[in-house]
Write a protein that binds this ligand. Structure first.
Ligand code: CA
Length: 237
């Protein structure tokens, strides 16, 4: 039995499936390709999969429905899913992320971006929960959780509790995009009634205070926000 990390690719466009396979196999992952959501479900029955790359537009059962069914099953719900989408499908991505998918990649994508995103999600397989004693260093930025303090290039940045909670939460998952709803859920735990524009307002305030470090918080148009992944830095621009 192979000990390689297995990645399931669900994609009906053969050219794309082969491109993905070629690039992932170069990283020494084992790649298994199926063309429909039904085949994917069948495949999961007999195999242990580390990650699923799931096309949104599939014949018959689409990617969202496939994602929903996978996330319903307790034995599969922790398998990370990255959607493969066309640009025009980005509104579906929000639904997908809310169904529990981890990330998405817009076609056409470069092999570098594909590999970086897959690696980022695999790194998160053991998701760190908030460690109350952690001091996080990201480039010149320091997030001191016990002291509730953010420092950039040696200068302290005064943040409100909400702003601190937003940057703490986003930086816990570099590269991962969160919808406004998800950010609200995590940051406003008391279940206060908040309109989702409030997230934008707080993030605008946060960025202003971060000043030169504002680029750490990226807007993902039509979707939400993410903390820039160091590994993506050269690839995104
Ligand atoms: Ca397709």
């Amino acid at each position: 039995m192979s000990k390689k990390v297995k990645i399931l690719v669900v994609e009906d466009e053969k050219d794309i499936a082969e491109l993905v396979r070629y690039n992932l196999e170069k990283e020494d992952w084992q790649v298994l390709c199926v063309e429909t959501g039904e085949e994917a479900m069948k495949f999961l029955e007999g195999n242990t999969i580390a990650l699923i790359l799931l096309d949104l537009m599939l014949p018959e059962m689409d990617g969202l429905e496939t994602c929903r069914l996978i996330k319903q099953e307790s034995q599969w719900k922790n398998i990370p899913i990255i959607f493969l989408t066309a640009k025009s499908e980005e509104s579906d991505v929000i639904v997908g992320l809310q169904l529990g998918a981890d990330d998405y990649i817009t076609k056409p994508f470069s092999p570098k971006v594909l590999i970086a995103r897959v690696k980022a999600v695999l790194r998160r397989l053991t998701p760190e929960s908030k460690n109350p004693n952690e001091v996080r260093h990201i480039g010149d930025l320091m997030i001191d959780i016990p002291k509730h303090k953010v420092v950039y290039q040696g200068g302290a940045i005064e943040l409100t509790t909400i702003e601190f909670n937003i940057i703490e939460f986003l930086s816990r998952y570099p590269g991962r995009v969160f919808t406004r709803d998800q950010i609200m859920d995590k940051v406003w735990k008391e279940g206060k009634f908040i309109i989702d524009r409030a997230v934008d307002v707080h993030i605008r305030g946060l960025r202003k205070k971060l000043d030169k470090a504002a680029d750490f918080i990226e807007t993902v148009r039509g979707v939400g926000y993410r903390f820039k992944d160091e590994k993506d830095w050269e690839q995104d621009e």
